[in-house]
Design a protein around this ligand. Structure first.
Ligand SMILES: N[C@@H](CCC(=O)N[C@@H](CS)C(=O)NCC(=O)O)C(=O)O
Length: 233
């Protein structure tokens, strides 16, 4: 059996982690099915078998793999159809895209999404979420969150991608590959949390719609949160 341990909100059907979405998209790309095992931030005992504390964790028969990019590499090695990363050189390029997406897209989105994450997580997770994120950020959630300012940061971060996608339908060319899913996972984070800081009629918006449509065609509609932001962290 193939199981994907992934982060959920108070509603177990609301899975919103960008890293877990990368893996869902990668599994769909390979035509592989899986059982979702939604876990909350503090359900660490459910992934203790992986020897670490973060999701995604893929359990595939006797194999356990964590970390989205490591899971891409594992899937290519175990299921060579429809490669995600390809040869060593392509895998190194994907690592570069992963790092760039972390700084150029994840940081603006985090500034935008913190109040939304706060809304959807189980209230029992909130103390852990606050203390772990404040430790990592070196400041309070209130000082870091900046939903309005983050929109400009996001636009600046994705500007090179917008130009790239005006010339071709996917980051990887005529068909989607690993780099598309590394990035699309980040955007699905925003999407699932009920927001969309890109325009439908932008090249990025059309690209995202193509990836989402392909996923939904085989796996059904993606669950989105409807959020009223009166309750702040
Ligand atoms: N580099 C890892 C990052 C994994 C990661 O940060 N996962 C987050 C989900 S958004 C997590 O498990 N957070 C739980 C926690 O912070 O305790 C990957 O690409 O999979």
């Amino acid at each position: 059996m193939r199981e994907l341990f992934e982060l959920c909100g108070a509603d177990p059907e609301l899975v919103f982690s960008p890293y877990c979405w990368r893996v869902r998209l990668a599994l769909a790309h390979k035509g592989l099915d899986w059982q979702s095992r939604p876990i909350r931030f503090t359900d660490k005992e459910l992934i203790a078998f992986s020897g670490q504390k973060l999701v995604p964790v893929l359990s595939d028969g006797d194999e356990t793999v964590h970390d989205s990019l490591a899971i891409f590499a594992y899937l290519d090695q175990r299921y060579p159809q429809q490669l995600l990363l390809g040869d060593t050189l392509a895998a190194e390029r994907a690592r570069l895209v992963e790092r760039l997406s972390f700084h150029m897209v994840r940081v603006p989105l985090l500034k935008m999404l913190i109040p939304r994450v706060w809304q959807v997580i189980d209230p029992a997770d909130r103390e852990y979420f606050r203390s772990s994120r404040e430790k990592a950020l070196g400041m309070s959630l209130e000082a870091f969150a900046d939903p309005q300012g983050a929109e400009q940061l996001f636009r600046d971060g994705v500007a090179p991608l917008e130009m790239w996608l005006r010339d071709q339908p996917f980051l990887e060319g005529q068909a989607p590959g690993g780099c598309d899913y590394l990035l699309a996972g980040m955007l699905l984070w925003a999407w699932c949390l009920g927001t969309q800081p890109w325009a439908d009629d932008s090249a990025l918006g059309s690209w995202f719609a193509r990836i989402l449509q392909a996923y939904e065609a085989t796996h059904g509609p993606v669950k989105r949160a409807s959020i009223h932001l009166e309750e702040k962290p």
